[in-house]
Design a protein around this ligand. Structure first.
Ligand code: SF4
Length: 185
């Protein structure tokens, strides 16, 4: 049998094995991540009261593994934008988002964050998705705590189903190749 005849079979089995491990690891990471969310509450307006209500004992967001608010973006992976975002706040929101480490997620909490709400004027951002990417939108003015928990569960489903890809390491460069690459830069 020619060598070329067996090569595709070997490649397929290797890809299958990598795919299998990717799926197993993805499932484990997704499960761990969805129950260990660290929230940065970017609260600017009246929706903040509703966030407090979700965090308090009656609705108890701790049941979903998201009870720890973090007031440093470097320690958070879930940005909850809670309330109206005016144009002056837009660069601050963008900076906060950029300071968060990957992987990170964003929830637009209430109609003001989702679409500007009834503040249809030049001073208010007509939705935070014009500034940063958004994963889940929660409607309502303000949204009920049950709606917030529904939104959080949607996000958890999204996190759990995320695929994590195995990265193949690039081969080590030999000294001559390294010099050549440096010269080309
Ligand atoms: S959605 Fe309603 S409750 Fe929330 S910040 Fe806007 S006006 Fe206030």
């Amino acid at each position: 049998m020619a060598e070329l005849d067996v090569a595709p079979a070997i490649a397929t089995r290797r890809d299958e094995a990598i795919g299998f491990f990717e799926r197993v690891i993805s499932r484990g990471l997704g499960w761990a991540r969805k129950y260990s969310l660290f929230t940065y509450p970017f609260a600017t307006a009246c929706c903040g009261m509703e966030y407090m209500s979700v965090a308090a004992s009656r609705y108890d967001i701790a049941r979903f593994g998201a009870e720890f608010p973090r007031f440093s973006p470097r320690q958070a992976d879930l940005l909850m934008v809670i309330g109206t975002i005016n144009m002056k706040q837009a660069p601050i929101l963008k900076r906060v988002y950029e300071q968060m480490c990957e992987p990170k997620w964003v929830i637009a909490f209430g109609v003001c964050a989702s679409s500007g709400g009834f503040y249809d004027n030049y001073a208010v951002s007509q939705g935070i998705d014009r500034i940063i990417p958004v994963d889940v939108y929660i409607p309502g003015c303000p949204p009920r705590p049950e709606q917030v928990l529904d939104g959080l569960k949607l996000l958890q489903d999204k996190i759990a189903s995320q695929r994590h890809r195995a990265i193949e390491r690039a081969p080590e460069l030999r000294p001559g190749e390294r010099d050549l690459l440096a010269a080309m830069k």
